[in-house]
Design a protein around this ligand. Structure first.
Ligand code: DC
Length: 229
């Protein structure tokens, strides 16, 4: 087996980062960490404790309760990936709703939240052999990553993909709401003061608007093989 490297995958919402990351982790036997799930878990906690709602956010209240949040991933053999747990509760399904998507970007602007999650992510990746996806992995979490990928696609393509996923799950959502959410998250994620979504100087950009998963995966494997073999 080759070297246990660190791979950072960043990019906009719904660009297929996690699909690629899971495939890479499986092929190379690396650990996959979905950092978006961690921000979603904190958003769910904030919703459940009334720290965020449609027209308010109680940042100070949430910050004092951050110490009560324990996040962990547990591998689900059947699903083939690790599911997100919040204080020992499996929340994998709950964090994928449009409602959580609508609050999560605002939660992710809070520096105290970022500091807590970034340090946990650095701990998980300290031995290498890791594929992590998010918004700030190549810039903040692992600036020394061996390989940095930056995924983009048109907002329409991304909203269409996300819409299909949610409809297949049986969620009652409209395409317009999804498109608005994707664009709104791009805006908040790219303009926040702390660790905004930007491409690292040494990242390789993939625009997958018109590219299938297999083609992308094959190109990425060539890049990885060149590093580990
Ligand atoms: O990858 P995702 O769509 O599940 O991420 C949800 C939100 O979490 C995203 O809109 C911004 C935030 N996020 C972040 O700020 N930094 C990360 N490393 C990952 C996600």
């Amino acid at each position: 087996m080759g070297k246990k490297i660190t791979i950072a995958i960043d990019g906009f919402s719904s660009t297929g980062k996690s699909t690629i990351a899971k495939l890479v982790a499986k092929k190379y036997n690396f650990i996959y960490v979905d950092t978006g799930a961690m921000y979603r878990a904190v958003a769910l906690f904030a919703m459940e404790h009334n720290f965020i709602g449609e027209d308010f956010i109680d940042k100070a209240g949430l910050i004092t309760k951050l110490k009560d949040i324990t996040l962990s991933f547990h591998f689900n053999k059947e699903a083939g990936f690790a599911e997100m747990f919040l204080n020992q509760r499996n929340i994998e399904k709950e964090i994928r709703t449009l409602e959580v998507s609508q609050y999560v970007s605002r939660i992710a602007t809070i520096s105290e939240v970022r500091r807590k999650l970034v340090s946990e992510q650095q701990e998980m990746g300290k031995l290498g052999g890791i594929v992590m996806d998010g918004r700030d992995i190549g810039t903040v979490v692992f600036p020394e990553a061996d390989l940095k990928l930056f995924m983009t696609a048109s907002a329409d393509k991304r909203a269409t993909r996300r819409y299909k996923e949610l409809i297949e799950k049986g969620d009652n959502v409209s395409y317009e709401d999804i498109l608005f959410n994707v664009q709104e998250r791009d805006r908040i994620d790219s303009t926040r003061e702390d660790s905004p979504l930007v491409m690292a100087d040494d990242a390789i950009e993939f625009d997958n608007s018109d590219m299938g998963i297999t083609a992308q995966f094959n190109q990425i494997c060539v890049l990885i093989d060149a590093i580990i073999l």
